[in-house]
Structure formats: C-alpha cells, structure tokens
Write a protein that binds this ligand. Sequence first.
Ligand code: BYC
Length: 474
Amino acid sequence: MSIDLNSRIPNNVNLADDRRLQRALESWQPSFIDWWKELGPEGTLNHDVYLRTAVSVEAEGWANFGYVKMPDYRWGIFVAPPVEGRTIPFGEHQGQPVWQEVPGEYRASLRRLIVTQGDTEPASVEQQRLLGLTAPSMYDLRNLFQVNCEEGRHLWAMVYLLHAYFGRDGREEAEMMLQRHSGDVDKPRILGAFNEETADWLSYFMFTFFTDRDGKFQLSSLAESGFDPLARTCQFMLTEEAHHMFIGTTGVMRVVTRTCEVMNELKTEDPEKIREAGAIDLQTLQKYLNFHYSVSLDLFGQEVSTNAANYYTAGLKGRFEESKIDDDHVLKDGLSRVTMLEDGVIKDVEYNALLAVNERLRDDYVDDCQTGVNRWNKAIKRHKIDFELKLPHRGFHRAIGTFSDADISPEGQVISREEWERNADNWLPSEGDRVFVISLQKACVEPGKIASWVAPPSRGIDGHPFDYEYVRFN
Ligand code: BYC
C-alpha cells in the first residue's frame, strides 16, 4: 500500500479510518516537533538536506531522494505488508495465528519491550545533536542528518504502537519518551549506552558500527514477534537500519585508510608523528573500538535471563533469524554453553537454552562485529602495515551481567583492581586521547572537501559524486 505523504501524519496503517487514534497522534506531534527543535541537530532548522524518505514500503518506494528541511521530514507510520496466514514462529503458542491485538497476559511485557526500544531512538538523536557543527565533510553531514531523521521516525513507529494498542498507559509512555533525556541526571534514558556522550565523529562512526548493530539484532528478534503489529513495524525499520551500519562500517574503514596512508607517506609507526600529521593512530582507534564494543555488549542484558526466557516462551521476542534456525523453537530441552564468571574464574557453563536467549543474540552480534573488524584489518594489510584491530574479550569493561563485578583485561584475564587502574588508559580512550580526537573536529563542509583524519568515501549518495551539494545551508 502506498503512503499518503500529504496527510498530516503519513502512514500506511489506515490512520484516517481511526479518528480517535489519529487525534491522539496529532496531539503528540507538536511535542515531538518541539523536542526536535530543542534537542535535534543543533542550528539546522532551515538547512535543505538531500534526504531519503519512504513513499511506500515496497522495494521501489522506500528510498525516495530529494531536498527536505528536517522539521518538515515526513515523520510517519510505515509498517511492512502483512503476511497472509502468518503464525507465531516460536514459544508455547507456536503455530497459532499471530495476534493482532495485545494479549492481556502479555501486556506489561510487550509495553516494556516497546518502551525500551522506543527510548533508544530519540536518545541517539540527543547524543548526536552537536555533531553537525564539526562534520568532516558535507557527505558525512548529510548522512548524519539522514540517520537522525530515521531515528526520529523509529520513535514514531514505537509511539504508534503505544498509542494504538496500549490505551492510556501507552499515551503516558509516549509522553515520557520526550521527557527522559540522554545523560540527564534526574531522567536519564533507559539503557546505559544511550547516556554516553557522542562527542566526536570517531565516536559517532564507532557508535553506528557497534551500537546501531545492537539495534539490528534487537529489531530482528522483535521482527519475529507473535504480536504482528510489532513484527511488521520492526521489519520495516530494519530496511532503514542497514544504512546506519553502513555509515559505521565505511566510516571506521575510511579513518583506518587515512591513518594507513599517512603512515606510509611518512614511513612511520610512531603515534605522535601520525597525530602531528592530523591522522588518528591505530592504537587510539583500538581504544575507541574497545569502549564502544563493550558498552554495546551490555545492551543485550544478562547472560542468563528469566526475562528473556519468558519473552521467548510467550512468543514476544525471538532469536535472530528465528525461522532459519533448525530446532524445535520451544527450547525447553535444549542446552547452550554460556561464558560466565564463577568464583573469580571465566568458564563455559551449560544452561537451559531458554535461559540463554540473550546470550545467543549476543553471540550472533559478536560474529557480525568480527566480520566488520576483519574487513578493516584487510585494509590495514593491503597497506602492508603490521597491525590488527581486535575485539576485546566479552568480559572486558562490562557494566551489566556476570562480568560486571570483575576487572577483565582485553585478552580475557581476570585481573586485580590495581592492574586495571594501571592499564585503563592503555585500553580505553584516556583524557588525552579524547582531547586529541576532539582537537581534530573542525567543520569541513564545502562540497568536495574532507578533514585530514578520514579518507573520502568510494562513492556518494544516490548515484551522486562525493562533491555533490548534499546540504544547502540557509
Ligand atoms: N542497561 O534479565 P535482563 C537501537 C536490566 S538499540 C540498564 O537481562 P532483559 C538503536 C533489565 O532492565 C536496541 N539496565 O533483562 C541503536 C532488568 O531489570 P529488572 C534497543 C539493564 O529485559 C542505535 C535487569 O537488568 N532495543 O535500537 O532480558 C541508535 C535484568 O536484566 C540493561 C532493545 O533493547 C542495560 N543495558 O534484557 C538508535 C530491545 N540490561 O527487570 C537505536 C528491547 C539489562 O531487574 N529490550 N538491564 O528491573 C530488551 O529486549 C531487553 O529489555 C534488554 C534487557 C535486552 C535490553
């Protein structure tokens, strides 16, 4: 079904047929726009940005490009088309028709999942609100705004579900989405990683690689849900999400490439000389990687989780690509090996597979991250430089789960607090590293120009060259 872009809230959910819901969403809309103006990208209200907007959810319609002022972006409600005869793919209701309404006994759990997911979307816009002032190129600036708009739209997606299916509590939760703020001492965002600062573009590229990738895995597992409106909403969100991770993968790759070029030009491995030439040494990249990977691992929750087991058994949240997995999709008798910290020792312990559903998703995520890191390492190798970026051990620098009480080195050794403190600045960005990276953050936004610390992309957006005027400043 195509989307009526001229209606006040573009949608493909027949909003016009439900006047009550339409009015409720129309009364939330001004608060959203006020929030965008206050906490969305700083100083950009009049910019014309070459953005992708969905005009239908079909392959030919969801990527429609043109200049848009961001507050006029067609925020709306787009869900993937229904699958005729779809049944619940896992859990104790497996094989029964999917739910079109919220089952009473699962109302609280579903609301919690939707609120947690929804909360991350505006959080990331808040985290990134100042980045537009220091973009390394006009191409990057445009991509940042694209992501910000889509995160805003993903908030709309979750707010729609809250308004449409959760009555008064849903409306209250929707209001709260705009009242919690990233890093706010009194009303922080729900999950830890979304209260961290994204103070520079290296952090942003790492965030879009590691944290948006958590989004991919969480959305994929919600896209399997027996609650069909949630599944269809997440399926469509995933089409947009791919671009966010593309920004991370290629962004870090471009930083790595530039560093290697400088190392070869100067024939040096000395981090100080590389920094003096305006590039970021590979050791510093490793530290940023360690930070963003570890805070993103926390987003998968506890290794052994009865919450996750209950969500699974109820048919609310599945595994990554649930339908492609060859097992009974009930998991009562299955076993899973989970890496745990027990009595100060890291070991693999067997648990009921149902209790280990969070960990299974984290395992899939780790594999996906490794694929990206391998690509970066290939680029380093192509430049004939002897250095490898590595994912640290999953217990390193964790705040949630079994490892959170211990200090663990990137290699996976349980270490003393003193040893941690002696090494923390070698493993995570030190104050000095952050000051250096921030010193490189200067706006470089004339078409075709690029900052010293990052290589240009191999191609532009929508078939346009790198030096295309992606943003018109007004
Ligand atoms: N921070 O049994 P557990 C994205 C709490 S990113 C703080 O493991 P569960 C995006 C937990 O609430 C994807 N608290 O919990 C990316 C629980 O509290 P209670 C976001 C945490 O529920 C970039 C207790 O610890 N989507 O889309 O199984 C840009 C026990 O834990 C955390 C989702 O997260 C934490 N990290 O697992 C924009 C999907 N972890 O019950 C967007 C929806 C756990 O003791 N959420 N706790 O009070 C979920 O599926 C689950 O809530 C979680 C947590 C996987 C997050």
